[in-house]
Design a protein around this ligand. Structure first.
Ligand SMILES: *Cc1c(COP(=O)(O)O)cnc(C)c1O
Length: 331
């Protein structure tokens, strides 16, 4: 089995901003791009990306999930990094074109085609530490991926971290490269010291998110997650799962969740905790580690509500239930 995101289609689609306009998108080989070593992105991290998926339905059609949301978020990331403004309509056409071109490479469910739009500042100007890149490159890379849970769905161990942050607060809602590298040292330490799978950042004692996923607590009919603010990434999966939870009549609470309340609720036998993100949809959390102690969440095993909400998402994505919210775009 190959690791998630290591297999690519042989071609991708690309457009360049020359300081005045975007070039007509071109299909190019996906194994290389040429950048000046002084390119702005390589020195000053003017980069952002997106992650979304296309799914194969039983009728053979290929359908992209919530593309509009991901494009809007990429426009937001670009704006907040002072990268050239993307042309949202053009990016949509690029995604649809390249996905359609490789439609035959979209795996059957539970596999999918992972789509990775990337936007980087290309101006060769190392004097521009305090100024934006006037030129940029936008490309859409494709990676067919298999079942995220092929190794079985085991419940994750999370280290709760009150000190330190995933990224600077003003970078929270930007899906940008530097955020991931900068959170690696705390991640590696958590792995080595307490065998945690992920760090759950809790600045000021309030639950925020992990390195690349949002956090949800499910306690009976209640589903609790941090309200949107500028300090963390606003997941499309988070929004989708909360929408489906509302459809089920669940009590969706977007609000502060303290470590204290989290641990107290986790002690109840039926409680579930879960991470949300495009790769897994929902990944169950079984153990929380805080101040040297381990706390089991509910049964400590993947729970039924996590599985149910993931199944509801998958059913829409895979074309097995009606797309009542209009989330799919057929290519
Ligand atoms: C991508 C990402 C998420 C999840 O977003 P989705 O749109 O649900 O895939 C959450 N947190 C961080 C830090 C991320 O990078």
């Amino acid at each position: 089995m190959t690791a998630f995101g290591t297999v690519f289609t042989p071609e991708m689609i690309l457009s360049r901003y020359d300081g005045a306009q975007w070039s007509t998108p071109e299909i190019v080989p996906s194994d290389s791009i040429t950048l000046h070593p002084g390119a702005h992105v390589l020195h000053y991290a003017s980069t952002c990306f997106e992650g979304l998926k296309a799914f194969r339905h039983a009728d053979g059609s290929i359908n992209i999930f919530r593309m509009d949301r991901n494009i809007q978020r990429m426009a937001q990331s670009s704006r907040l990094l002072s990268l050239p403004a993307i042309d949202e309509k053009q990016l949509e056409q690029m995604i649809v074109e390249i996905t359609g071109r490789f439609a035959s490479e979209v795996p059957e469910p539970p596999g999918s085609l992972y789509i990775r739009p990337t936007h980087i500042g290309t101006e060769p100007a190392i004097g521009k530490a305090a100024a934006p890149s006037s030129t940029s490159l936008l490309y859409v890379l494709l990676s067919p991926v298999g079942d995220y849970f092929s190794g079985g769905s085991t419940a994750l161990r999370l280290l709760l971290k009150e000190d330190g942050m995933r990224c600077a607060p003003h970078m929270g809602m930007i899906k940008s490269g530097g955020n991931y590298a900068s959170s690696l040292p705390s991640m590696m330490e958590a792995r080595a010291e307490v065998k945690a799978d992920q760090v759950l950042y809790c600045p000021d004692g309030q639950v925020q998110e992990t390195g690349a996923a949002n956090f949800l607590l499910i306690d009976g009919n209640e589903i609790i997650t941090r309200a949107l603010d500028s300090t963390f990434l606003h997941g499309v999966t988070r929004d989708s799962v909360l929408t489906l939870a509302r459809d089920l009549g669940m009590d969706v609470q977007e609000r502060d969740l303290s470590i204290e309340e989290l641990l107290e609720r986790s002690a109840k036998p039926g409680t579930e905790a879960t991470l949300s993100g495009t790769a897994a949809v929902l990944a169950p959390v079984g153990t929380l580690i805080y101040e040297g102690k381990e706390y089991t969440v509910g049964s400590g095993k993947p729970g039924p509500m996590t599985a149910k909400l993931r199944q509801m998402m998958n059913d829409i994505q895979w074309g097995r239930s009606e797309d009542t919210h209009g989330w799919l775009t057929q290519v």
